[in-house]
Design a protein around this ligand. Structure first.
Ligand SMILES: [Cu+2]
Length: 120
């Protein structure tokens, strides 16, 4: 193995190559992990969105989860998306394909405001 490590150090990418080879063909769980990596979580907690501003790439998916004890919504200005009422524990996902800046709020609590920036 020592020889392998030296070889890897010279190549720089060898470790990843070995892992990829060991997992080929990839088990279903690995594919699921890769898919969920495109999902960016946003928490609704203590009457706030966390993070209050998030930057994603076009085509990524936002996933809000209500971790509060009252219903919230994730409602974009202009209704680009609207989760409707989300009871505690519920989630809502949106895949945003168009770059731009999207501000959104909770329609129950207008002081809850946050922003999504979608880049190419
Ligand atoms: Cu709310």
């Amino acid at each position: 193995m020592a020889g392998n490590i030296g070889f890897c150090a010279r190549l720089g990418v060898c470790a990843a190559g070995i892992v990829a080879a060991a997992l080929w063909p990839p088990p279903a769980a690995v594919e699921a992990t890769a898919a969920t990596a495109a999902v960016r979580p946003i928490q609704m907690k203590n009457f706030a969105f966390d993070p209050p501003a998030i930057t994603i790439k076009a085509g990524q998916t936002l996933s809000w989860t209500n971790d509060d004890v009252v219903p919230h919504t994730a409602t974009a200005d202009g209704k680009t998306w609207d989760s409707g009422q989300m009871a505690p524990g519920r989630s809502y996902t949106v895949t945003v394909r168009k770059p731009g800046t999207y501000e959104y709020t909770c329609s129950n609590h207008p002081f809850m405001r946050a922003k999504v920036v979608v880049t190419n």
